[in-house]
Design a protein around this ligand. Structure first.
Ligand code: PGA
Length: 249
């Protein structure tokens, strides 16, 4: 059995007030047994989030990290620093990083290695654009992104990675992939993993991301290869995010 994970990616949103509201709501919330929950706030909120989420089931995640531990890299944050703030997960390869900040597969791989080196759980994000889907290239693109990273890892490292499938055309658009579309790609990602190691493939956690909300989460999460969600917009509203968590039971 795979442990479900609902992860909220706040992106460059949120506030100190929102951190407090999540802390209060989740301190009282009844959540499905065994569910893991994480919030990925902007860096400046990590310390207040650590305090506000103590005593709640919410773990902390970071939205990116630099491949290096320290140095002359103005504006960057290292994995080692994130660990000092109790961070457990780190996103790598989010489509906004790939598109807006031109992160290549090599850079995504370097960041993922950096996360593993300090025992952060990397959440590797992959997904096709609408153009790629329309051209029938979804599987090729997604499996290239997955393969570039996974084929370079040792088996033990592979077992620590979470993969989030996020079709780019579904992110922030309100246009969710159908459960069948998401399941098809996510089954292919798991099959690809099985080419390395069948046991690892069946243990690997796969998240769906892209306009997941309180209304569509249950159906998506009921698919056999969907083990959780990476939630953007709906993770900025306490009630919606709580409802998504509750539908992961
Ligand atoms: P969204 O974002 O839920 O707002 O579509 C998901 C993500 O980018 O992780």
């Amino acid at each position: 059995m795979r442990t479900p994970l609902i992860a909220g990616n706040w992106k460059m949103n949120g506030s100190a007030d929102l951190v407090g509201a999540f802390g209060r709501a989740f301190a009282e919330a009844e959540l499905p047994d065994g569910l893991e929950v994480a919030i990925f706030p902007p860096f400046p909120y990590l310390e207040s989030a650590r305090r506000a989420f103590a005593g709640t089931p919410i773990d902390l995640g970071a939205q990116t990290l630099n491949p290096l531990h320290s140095g002359a890299h103005t504006g960057e944050v290292s994995g080692r620093m994130l660990c000092e703030f109790g961070v457990r997960y780190a996103l790598v390869g989010h489509s906004e990083r790939r598109q807006l900040y031109r992160e290549s597969d090599e850079q995504v791989y370097d960041r993922l290695l950096a996360a593993l080196s300090v025992d952060l759980v990397p959440v590797l994000c992959v997904g096709e654009t609408l153009e790629e889907r329309d051209a029938g290239r979804t599987m090729e693109v997604v499996l290239r992104q997955v393969g570039f990273v996974m084929s370079r890892l040792e088996p033990e490292q592979r077992s620590r990675v979470v993969i989030a499938y996020e079709p780019v055309w579904a992110i922030g658009t309100g246009r969710t992939a159908t459960p069948e579309q998401a399941q098809e790609v996510m089954a292919a990602i798991r099959d690809y993993q099985a080419s390395f190691d069948a046991e690892l493939a069946s243990a690997m956690r796969l998240l769906y991301g892209g306009s997941m909300n309180a209304g569509n989460a249950a159906e998506l999460l009921s698919q056999p290869d969907i083990d959780g969600g990476l939630v953007g917009g709906a993770s900025l509203k306490v009630d919606d995010f709580l409802a998504i968590c509750q539908s992961a039971g």
